[in-house]
Design a protein around this ligand. Structure first.
Ligand code: FES
Length: 653
């Protein structure tokens, strides 16, 4: 017959093709994942395949030696120049001549990136907005007067089925020398955002270019700025890095930064300049760390809360400081990086900012929703991104609600007498013996407990410097369990509790966690003021979650996800003892790490994910905590540990 059966592994996709069909073309028409950058010209070698010969009982076929066309000169040239594993062929050169089984090795698959989530792993298909394409452009002809760019457009249309291509003047100015140097063969970096009708050429090179193509996913938080540098060809994260948000010097929390902008003319611009400078520095640092030229970064995706969002974009955030908390825009944004003065990346780089959910619930919450997909969940999930402003999502595939709650910076160790940020030397785990009321603890940077032999040596470098957010949560919860605190959050006296660690301090008591004064170290105590600060923060968090549960008309959730860098370190048990989160089976409380950063990476790697989150955000129902009287009620009840009215059946168990 004049056609043959082609079976691809590992996908198992199969079809009949006329003899002479290139394997790459067969793969494409079946939707088999086989890479190609040069469009089948035998240059990129991305299309390598391994044909199988002999009997295939599983498929009921025999593949004879002539199943593919003979090894050709293009393959020969490639193999002698760059080498190729024996048995491999170039899919664009080998033609189907008989029934054949063709294996696509992992390196030749358009990569899928597995992103780990709390409970499940998720596969992201790479479909970034920017890709490299090799083209052969027709030479100019006296008889057919067209411009070089018009012939580039035609080549892209004919060779890559890409129509509507535009280019900035900076690219047009380089076009002619590049075309001539490459002898009419060039590689272009082509960008199309999820809302663009046209493709835009961001960069071009003579001949076949296999240089880097990178993107950044940036989670711009009020305290820290975290960035992931990703390879846009396969989604790999090459480096992750973070810096403090320099806006801290204008105000610790969001509202104090908004008031700084209100009180100081030009204050918003100062904060915008500070954060942009810092992002440029971070880009340099992360590129150096990964050994990548920052000019090969073509895409930047941002997620951030609404105030950071406005300040990043250079929009005065004053409206976010007062009801009705109107955003300048809640939609996603796509713009050139240079408009945001991101000068460290390629001058043609493009920025995508995820949409905001509401005036208090930002693009960071949208990114969490993208990463954790509550809108696809069968069970009712509560997702809490713990920060100075907690962003809370509740829902399942039927309906998703969102709110934010002003927890303040206590969970980050601020406003706590011995509080500090999570850094080596900070107490992060605490246990208190119920009988003796004696504490033992662990500090960041060592796996040993304070009563383990070798602890002093292990912590000699960092010292014991203070308590970080997860440490204070455990300390307060353990104090409650040991009876040092009563249900209202009051620290008992030495006589009441039966330990000299409880000491009077003014009119209240404090609990001594660590006394390093003998060796010139700090005295670390948990004061009544610390307890109050934690009570305020946890009440705000809990009240927000309960308000959403009211709105959803439910009295319990199936599972809880703690998101955010800080969420990753919280012990679920202690969070529940405190009544920070609603009651749930303990094994159903999971941490999702930096879910906002993960969401940013997904949006960086996959254009369709941008459409998806924009649609999801549209469907999420926002609940405004500030105007809900029930929020106040829940807040007051949540001041008790764990709660004045709500039962916590899973704590008793
Ligand atoms: Fe580029 Fe085959 S597709 S070498």
């Amino acid at each position: 017959s004049d056609d043959a059966l082609v079976i691809f592994t590992p996908s198992g996709k199969r079809g009949r093709f006329p003899l002479g069909t290139p394997v790459l073309q067969a793969a494409r028409s079946l939707g088999v994942d086989l890479d190609s950058v040069c469009g089948g010209r035998g240059i990129c070698s991305k299309c390598q395949i391994t044909p199988g010969y002999g009997e295939f009982p599983k498929f009921g076929i025999h593949v004879d030696d002539e199943a593919l066309s003979e090894w050709n000169s293009v393959e020969e040239r490639y193999k002698s120049k760059r080498g190729m594993i024996d048995g491999r062929r170039l899919g664009c050169q080998a033609k189907v001549m008989g029934n054949v089984v063709i294996d696509v090795p992992p390196e030749s698959q358009v990569h899928k990136q597995v992103i780990r989530k709390s409970a499940t792993a998720r596969e992201i298909t790479m479909d970034p907005a920017t890709r490299l394409l090799f083209i052969e452009v027709a030479e100019p002809d006296m008889h057919e007067p067209t411009g070089d760019f018009e012939r580039v457009q035609r080549a892209l249309a004919e060779q890559w089925q890409v129509d509507a291509v535009v280019a900035d003047l900076a690219v047009l100015r380089r076009l002619q020398p590049v075309l001539r140097k490459g002898e009419w063969k060039i590689t272009v970096a082509l960008h199309r955002g999820n809302h663009d009708t046209a493709h835009r050429i961001l960069d071009l090179w003579p001949g076949y270019h296999d240089g880097g193509l990178y993107g950044l996913a940036i989670d711009l938080g009020s305290t820290t700025i975290a960035a992931h540098l990703c390879d846009l060809r396969d989604g790999h994260v090459l480096a992750s890095s973070g810096v403090m948000n320099p806006q801290i010097r204008f105000g610790e929390d969001l509202m104090s930064r908004v008031s700084y902008a209100m009180m100081n003319p030009g204050g918003d611009q100062e904060m915008t300049a500070a954060v942009r400078t810092s992002i440029n520095g971070l880009v340099q640092a992360i590129a150096t760390e990964a050994g990548v030229d920052p000019a090969s970064i073509y895409e930047v995706v941002f997620v951030c809360n609404p105030v950071m969002h406005h300040l990043l974009l250079g929009i005065d955030p004053v409206e976010l400081g007062q009801a009705p908390f109107a955003l300048a825009t809640s939609g996603s944004l796509a713009l050139p990086a240079r408009e945001m003065e991101l000068t460290a990346v390629n001058s043609a780089a493009q920025v995508y900012v995820l949409p905001c959910i509401a005036g208090h619930v930002g693009a960071d919450a949208a990114a969490v929703a993208l990463a954790e997909a509550p809108d696809k969940s069968e069970d009712m999930v509560l997702i809490v991104d713990v920060g100075t402003n907690a962003e809370i999502l509740l829902g399942n595939k039927e309906r998703v609600l969102a709110c934010s709650s002003p927890t303040g910076p206590a969970f980050e160790g601020a406003q706590i007498s011995s509080g500090q940020r999570a850094a080596p030397g900070a107490i992060e785990r605490v246990e208190i013996n119920v009988a003796t009321k004696e504490p033992r603890f662990r500090v960041i940077g060592s796996d040993l407990w304070s009563d383990d032999p070798g602890f002093a040596e292990a912590t000699a470098n960092s010292g014991i410097t203070g308590i970080c957010g997860s440490g204070i949560i455990e300390a307060v919860a353990e104090m409650r369990l040991a009876g040092i605190l009563d249900g209202s959050g009051l620290i008992g006296s030495a006589e009441q509790v039966g330990t000299e660690r409880c000491r009077p301090e003014g009119r209240t008591n404090s609990y001594l966690m660590f006394d390093g004064s003998a060796t010139g170290g700090p005295v670390i105590t948990v004061t009544q003021g610390d307890i109050r600060a934690i009570q305020l923060a946890k009440s705000a968090l809990y009240a927000g979650a309960r308000l959403l549960m009211d709105e959803m008309n439910i009295d319990h959730v199936d599972r809880v996800v703690l998101a955010g860098a800080f969420g990753a370190h919280i012990s679920p048990k202690h969070a529940m003892i405190l009544g920070m989160i609603p009651d749930a089976p303990l094994d159903k409380v999971a941490s999702a790490g930096n879910a906002a950063g993960t969401g940013a990476r997904i949006a960086l790697c996959n254009r369709a994910a941008r459409d998806a989150i924009e649609a999801t955000v549209h469907e999420i129902h926002k609940v405004e905590t500030a105007i809900e009287p029930r929020f106040q009620e829940h807040f007051v009840n949540a001041s008790a540990i764990p709660n004045a009215v709500d039962p916590f059946p899973h704590l008793a168990a």
